[in-house]
Design a protein around this ligand. Structure first.
Ligand code: PEP
Ligand code: MG
Length: 837
């Protein structure tokens, strides 16, 4: 029953210390992108309802549940971080969707030890997902017990809406050329909406006599703005000037994946070209065989009309919020796995789901007596038609994203399970598949997909390429006439679907599949042997880890050591500092987990934008240029001393290597050496661990020779080195394409680092993300790098890459790359010199 008093006090769903969202070690939750709320680091094993309400969504993997409180607030209760990856293992959900629950009722139980061991963190969230109507005020930030008052929520006052501000303030205008490849399609439009929403002002785009609000992705796409077109932007409100500048920057910066996007091999033919073969367009390469399986979309029966408008509106709203919750989870997952394409696509879906153009139309159809199902369907179809009539193939393909949302919402309204089951190894045929279909099919292990319609630049195609799932589009309606179950060959590279392959052909394709699988298996087996180039140069392939669990996984994957242990994990998200003994135990656990292999432990790299609750530092205007990394020793010397003391007590010290972040001059290194000597003497030690320096600012690269005189090794942090060399924020979404560590300026710094180290006989490693990029392996080896610290799943592939290279040839060709003018030029040359297998 609706509760007109919008105020509500939520009780604690778990027992444990309370954290603000900003302190949650997850960028999505911490940024507030999922909504306002609070977090608890739980000490108990059951999650309880924080108020009376209705269960409106239960995660398939049992780690999250959404309630609608009686005042309309929708509350996502999410247990742990990245727990979706456990696929339900360790969780038991105690309630079902649609159930009424009362305050304090148990909702889900979990196996604390099992889950804690396998997830990133047990920190659990309570987030208001329809925060546009509500505000949250924490009642306590201390520890709570289940049932104690935790969070106060109240409706937003009308004065807090944007409109008041927009009525006042001046209006400013600007114009800009659109940089987005293919024009303003769904993903850039969603980014523009997000930018506009960061300001109080109301902003609009104007193009060829038409205009659209920046709040509406549909409206902006409807302007059919092409690449390189000039558009006008207007902003009205108190922060209009700032909004305008931000929007102009977003409009004129291509997305990361647009800049790196490889052009798919488009074969123009379609239809039946030769007997038994359907010709289509390659959207993702590959050659596979399997039984054909047909997947059909939802068909609605006739609607007699005359429905109760209020009831239908409520049904639609609740279906929309359920789908929104599901997409949030997909997004969260994509972010956790750093799948930028997936993240951009599903962010755009979320923006479309909230689009006023779609919602207003659906609500209008409902007012006229339509059922929620038909109203949603009609609204989507109307917008699909708009997109298809704009005369842009790219925008026409975005209708597929709308149909994705059509299907998802209809499935909820019709009470159909939104999952479908397709056997692993099948080749799926459909009129058209949507991005969420593709994610499910890929997770179910299908061999390939083909569609009667669709295009090679659609979001489904982008996802298929990202997943390595062979995909053909535009095969024509003949595809749908094929009998399911028959064995076919999908030759995506050749744009062919072979409908009547001979037994010989099937065997040949099967053999090729087996060859590829065994190559991957072989890489994995060989991952445990050290990697040497063809001309016998040894290259160590180590792993970047953040805990002893990850270290154990890295060892199992064949890591030659840990090349970077980021110790920040021990210090953040807590109210008190870990003491010396806790630190010692944590470092010792990683050393144990790595058997007899070396472990490079980096001293704490907080400060800047990574703040610690118990270590207040002054607020800084430019945090990444402020007191971070080793500079912390300047202001908190005792913190670093404590860490060095803990490190010196690990055993054996011969396997423990210490690495210093953000070093810019030799004195910083000498100071730490001196501290190590002094603390070592206090502890009565005769041995000292090796001490290395991170090369992650240009100053350090330029001083490599002087640093190497006093350091035992150098390790290049290409993530920060790119940021500081190119003067581009490494987390800036709009600049991501250009923050490319293969930029020739960085290669020159890497070359200079290796040359400086060589003068003193020191080795150089790379622990930034560039080390995990197989395209960069030959360049790094060529420039003199001898250790690559990569993400644990990449170990086998990078070792395999090393084994196929000739270090002398790499040196010769890499020297030439230093003379190129851009990262794109370097990438192109790398593809030519050292093609990826
Ligand atoms: C780097 O900067 O490349 C690096 C490895 O350190 P982090 O990513 O932790 O800043
Ligand atoms: Mg760094």
């Amino acid at each position: 029953m609706p509760n007109n008093n919008k105020e509500l006090t939520l009780s604690a769903p778990l027992s444990g210390p309370v954290l603000t969202l900003a302190n949650v070690p997850d960028a999505v939750f911490a940024s507030g992108a999922m909504g306002d709320g609070i977090a608890i680091d739980p000490l108990n094993d059951t999650l309880y309802a924080p108020c009376d309400g209705e269960v409106i969504h239960v995660a398939r993997t049992g780690h999250a549940v959404t309630l609608r409180a009686d005042n309309g607030a929708e509350l996502l209760l999410h247990l742990g971080l990245d727990t979706v990856e456990l696929q339900g293992d360790g969780f038991s959900m105690l309630v079902k969707e649609g159930a009424r629950v009362s305050n304090g009722q148990p909702l889900l139980r979990y196996d604390v030890d099992k889950v804690a061991l396998r997830c990133k963190s047990l920190v659990s969230l309570l987030v208001i997902t329809n925060g546009e109507h509500f505000q949250a005020r924490p009642i306590t930030l201390k520890g709570v017990k289940v049932g104690e008052p935790l969070l106060h929520i109240l409706a937003k006052a009308p004065g807090e809406t944007q409109d008041d501000d927009q009525a006042t303030g001046s209006e400013v205008f600007g114009q800009i050329r659109i940089a987005h490849r293919g024009g303003l399609h769904a993903r850039p439009a969603a980014l523009i909406r997000q930018t506009a929403q960061g300001f109080k002002s109301r902003s609009r785009l104007h193009f060829q006599g038409k205009s659209a609000s920046c709040d509406s992705v549909m409206g902006m796409m409807g302007l059919a703005i092409t690449e390189q077109a000039q558009v006008h932007v207007s902003c009205r409100g108190s922060d209009a000037e700032a909004a305008l500048q931000a929007l102009l920057a977003t409009l004129s910066t291509a997305l990361a994946e647009e800049a790196h996007a490889e052009a798919p091999a488009i074969k123009p033919q379609r239809g039946i070209a030769e007997a038994g073969v359907l010709q289509g367009v390659c959207a993702a390469p590959g050659l596979v065989t399997g039984p054909l399986v047909r997947l059909d979309g939802i068909q609605l029966p006739q609607d007699a009309g005359g429905h109760d408008a209020e009831e239908q509106r409520q049904r639609l709203d609740s279906a929309l919020s359920q789908v929104s919750g599901e997409i949030h989870l997909t997004l969260e997952n994509a972010k956790a796995r750093r799948h930028r394409d997936e993240e951009a696509i599903f962010s755009a879906h979320l923006a479309l789901l909230e689009d006023p153009v779609l919602l207003d139309a659906a609500h209008l159809f409902i007012k006229q007596g339509s059922a929620a199902t038909h109203a949603w369907n009609r609204s989507i179809e109307a917008q699909c038609q708009v997109l298809q009539q704009l005369g842009s193939t790219l925008l026409a393909e975005r209708a597929n994203d709308l149909r994705d949302l059509r299907q998802r919402v209809l499935r909820v309204l019709l009470g159909e399970a939104w999952q479908f089951d397709v056997a692993a190894g099948a080749i799926v045929a459909a009129q058209e598949l949507t991005p969420s279909d593709l994610l499910q099919l890929s997770a179910q292990g299908v061999a390939g997909v083909c569609m009667a319609e669709g295009g090679a630049t659609s979001h489904v195609a982008i996802l298929a390429r990202g997943k390595g799932l062979p995909c053909l589009v535009a095969l024509g309606d003949a595809l749908l006439a094929q009998a399911p179950g028959k064995m076919v060959v999908l030759d995506a590279d050749g744009g062919r679907l072979e409908l009547t392959p001979t037994a010989e052909r099937l065997a040949q394709v099967h053999q090729e599949q087996v060859r590829q699988t065994s190559r991957r298996a072989e890489q994995q087996t060989l991952a445990h042997t050290p990697a040497r180039t063809l001309d016998d140069v040894a290259v160590e392939v180590a792993a970047n880890v953040a805990s002893c669990g990850e270290a154990a996984q890295a060892l199992a994957n064949g890591a030659d050591g840990v090349g970077l242990l980021r110790t920040e994990f021990l210090f953040v998200d807590r109210h008190t500092a870990p003491d010396e003994e806790e630190q010692r135990q944590a470092y010792q656990a990683v050393l144990h987990a790595m058997g007899d292999k070396p472990v490079i432990i980096r001293t704490i790299d907080v400060g800047g934008d990574k703040q610690l609750d118990y270590l207040p530092l002054p607020t800084e205007a430019n945090p990444v240029l402020g007191l971070r990394g080793i500079r912390l020793a300047q202001v908190r010397p005792q913190l670093l001393d404590q860490q060095l003391r803990a490190l010196l007590q690990t055993r054996p010290l011969s396997r423990c290597r210490i690495l210093l972040p953000m070093v810019t001059e030799v004195d910083e290194l000498l100071h730490i050496r001196q501290r190590l000597d002094a603390i070592g003497a206090e502890l009565g030690l005769s041995e000292r661990p090796q001490l290395g320096v991170m090369i992650e600012v240009p100053a350090a690269a330029l001083l490599a020779e002087q640093l190497a005189e006093h350091a035992d090794f150098l390790s290049i942090g290409t993530n920060d080195l790119s940021q500081y060399t190119l003067a581009m924020d490494r987390d800036h979404a709009g600049l991501a394409a250009r923050v490319d560590a293969l930029h020739p300026a960085l290669l020159r710094l890497i070359a200079q680092t290796c040359a400086g180290a060589a003068k003193h006989g020191r080795w150089v490693g790379v622990c930034g993300a560039l080390a995990s990029d197989p395209l960069a392996t030959p360049v790094l080896i060529g420039l003199g790098v001898r250790e690559l610290s990569v993400s644990p799943p990449q170990i086998g592939a990078i070792k395999d890459r090393v084994r196929h290279l000739d270090a002398a040839q790499c040196a010769r060709l890499s020297a030439e790359l230093l003379n190129l003018g851009s990262a794109a030029g370097v990438r192109q040359a790398c593809h030519q010199h050292w093609p990826l297998g």
